[in-house]
Design a protein around this ligand. Structure first.
Ligand code: COS
Length: 384
């Protein structure tokens, strides 16, 4: 553990209180205004939430994976828009630098990411390269001691807020696969970098995604992550292994919130002369949701502990992402069902969560990509 038990308990309790008292009451207005209020962002900075997964030596809290997933269980208890805002700085927008950056790159960016002074973002997906990430076409041509980037990245979370992007681009035009891909830290004000219009999404209002376009965008050679070409795809995969565990933990938190809300509603709402919670068909839905949510929590904790022990958890992270995100989809669906007509009406908030959780099965690797990763690893191990 990076923190002693008492400090960890205090942190989790503070975050749980912040979520309950400060964030939950704002859920409807954040969705309505498509923005997290500035004063809430400032409070998140003060709590250290922009840097919980960044090492202490760079100004973060340096949580272990187990500590991080426990924190994500708490942060998951409210609209995912709040978590997304701090999610990239701790996750995909910083972990590439932490894993593979040079000491100079770490010193330059991590303290400001940890404090929340700047937002980091991750630019892998392209119009023609989603699940098949290694087929990306954005190019980085070396010229006069600089790199010149050309291409378009798509659905980039926090792009409008970001000051830096970890961009994956092809430095070797002759190679069509993973080996020709390199990672760069690109500052948002680089000449030739521009953003598209904000995407109009199914849910998760308050979180913003846009295209990021590079048109002869010139960046210094020192922006090459780790100073080594051809390692970018592996960096992306390592970052995603970690991110998938985090998303699974957020899914657990969201399911716990939805179960608590459905249970309360079922105990309050009466039909046929008694609370609907006393009807066995409602109980079956509550029990299925509880059992599945508990299973996901146990999986996530186990995988996180394994990672902390130094094991490679690509398979386990895939299992967690697959199971937990599908699980929260079923839980949200049952929550709408338990609420009945009210579940379909925006005022009750359940339909918003139902739309919000739909993304979890898609980003940071779809369910089908998790299946592929898990099965490929199983076959590889059996052949070894
Ligand atoms: N950690 C470290 N290295 C990894 C890795 C991991 N988890 N997974 C793969 N690699 C390495 C491989 O070892 C291989 O290296 P070598 O060539 O030296 O052996 C290289 O990366 C290429 O791997 P692979 O051959 O498995 O690549 P594929 O093109 O077949 O694709 C999938 C792999 C499909 C799993 C990958 O493209 C993927 O995860 N796609 C989903 C992308 C995604 O999640 N997008 C979300 C966008 S961010 S919100």
């Amino acid at each position: 553990m990076a923190l002693d038990q008492q400090t960890l308990d205090a942190l989790l309790e503070t975050v749980a209180r912040f979520v309950r008292n400060r964030l939950v009451p704002l859920e409807a207005s954040v969705a309505e205004n498509d923005a997290v209020p500035e004063d809430v962002i400032a409070e998140m900075r003060d709590l250290g939430l922009f840097g919980f997964a960044i090492p202490e030596e760079y100004g973060g809290l340096g949580l272990t994976m187990e500590e991080e997933v426990r924190l994500a269980f708490e942060l998951g208890q409210t609209s995912p828009a709040f978590r997304s805002l701090i999610g990239t700085n701790n996750g995909i927008g910083a972990q590439g630098i932490i894993a593979d950056g040079t000491e100079e790159q770490k010193q330059r960016y991590l303290p400001r990411l940890a404090s929340g002074e700047i937002i980091g973002s991750f630019a892998l997906t392209e119009p023609g390269a989603g699940s098949d990430a290694a087929s990306l076409k954005t190019s980085a041509r070396r010229e006069d001691g600089e790199y010149v980037l050309n291409g378009t990245k798509r659905y980039i979370t926090n792009a409008p807020e970001a000051s830096i992007f970890t961009v994956f681009a092809r430095t070797d035009p002759a190679s069509r696969g993973a080996n020709g891909v390199s990672a760069f830290i690109v500052e948002a004000d680089s000449p030739g970098l521009s953003l598209g219009k904000p995407d109009r999404k199914m849910g998760q209002r308050g979180t913003h995604t846009t295209d990021v376009m590079f048109d002869d965008c010139r960046i210094p050679a020192s922006a090459l992550l780790g100073g080594v070409e051809g390692q970018g795809f592996k960096t992306a995969m390592k970052v995603l292994d970690r991110g998938r565990l985090h998303i699974a933990a957020v899914s657990v938190g969201l399911s716990e919130r939805l179960i608590a809300d459905s249970l309360r509603y079922a105990m309050d709402r009466s039909q046929f002369g008694k609370p609907i919670a006393e009807f066995q068909l409602i109980q079956a839905m509550l029990a299925d949701s509880k059992a599945e949510s508990y299973a996901a929590r146990c999986m996530v904790l186990d995988a996180a502990r394994r990672r902390d022990r130094g094991e490679r958890v690509s398979t386990e992270a895939g299992c967690c992402k697959l199971f937990a995100t599908e699980m929260v989809g079923r839980v949200a669906d049952r929550a709408v069902q338990i609420y009945g007509g009210a579940g379909y009406i925006a005022d009750y908030g359940v339909e918003r969560f139902y739309r919000d959780v739909r993304l979890l099965r898609i980003y940071e690797g779809t369910t089908q990509i998790q299946q592929l990763v898990i099965a490929r690893n199983m076959i590889r191990e059996a052949q070894a």
